[in-house]
Ligand binder design. Structure first.
Ligand code: ADP
Length: 171
């Protein structure tokens, strides 16, 4: 896919216009990537998040990035993996709604963590397929809009999953 990269490392170091946070519904911070983003952004981030009234699963909300290199943070809430068919739909919506919001704010690069694959328990091989397919579909539907997409992986295993899926994706 054009303009799609897989990177191994800490998403808080990303130079994208916006980074995506795998947030909790309260938007008031948590562990994992959420904790890392809040720590790197500084205490102003949670103050802005507190004004947003939370976020439903599959939806996305935007804040400034404060001390991060990224100007904005898009907070999305992934599904807790249950094995139900709705899991995949909701996880796909996390990617699509985040991309829509980035476009709405005229942003041209976005970095995603592997939403739901930590404490929310989504199997990485399933989650990466959903992530790559949702991004591909969005890019196909938004051909006139330039958007660089970075998938940030926090482990070699996750990195390998994305590389495998991207290799098998026709574009
Ligand atoms: P969730 O609650 O959506 O499962 P987690 O934060 O527990 O969210 O995990 C989501 C993914 O983010 C996991 O694959 C985890 O390894 C990864 N992760 C954790 N910290 C970072 C980080 N600093 N940068 C990028 N990815 C991270």
């Amino acid at each position: 896919m054009k303009d799609v990269r897989v990177l191994l490392g800490d998403i808080t170091q990303s130079d994208a216009d916006c980074i995506v946070n795998a947030a909790k519904k309260s938007l008031l911070g948590g562990g994992g990537v959420d904790g890392a983003i809040h720590k790197a952004a500084g205490p102003e981030l949670v103050k802005e998040c507190a004004t947003l009234g939370g976020c439903e699963t599959g939806e996305a909300k935007i804040t400034k990035g404060y001390k991060l290199k990224a100007a904005y943070v898009i907070h999305t809430v992934g599904p807790v993996y249950s094995g139900a068919e709705s899991d995949a739909v909701l996880l796909g919506q996390c990617y699509t709604n985040s991309l829509d919001l980035a476009k709405k704010h005229n942003l041209h690069s976005i970095a995603f963590p592997a939403v739901s694959t930590g404490v929310y328990g989504y199997p990485p091989e399933k989650a990466t397929v959903i992530a790559v397919e949702a991004v591909k579909k969005w890019k196909d539907e938004n051909r006139d809009y330039r958007m660089r997409v970075d998938f940030y992986c926090f482990s070699e295993m996750m990195y390998a999953q994305y590389i495998l899926k991207l290799k098998n994706t026709r574009y």
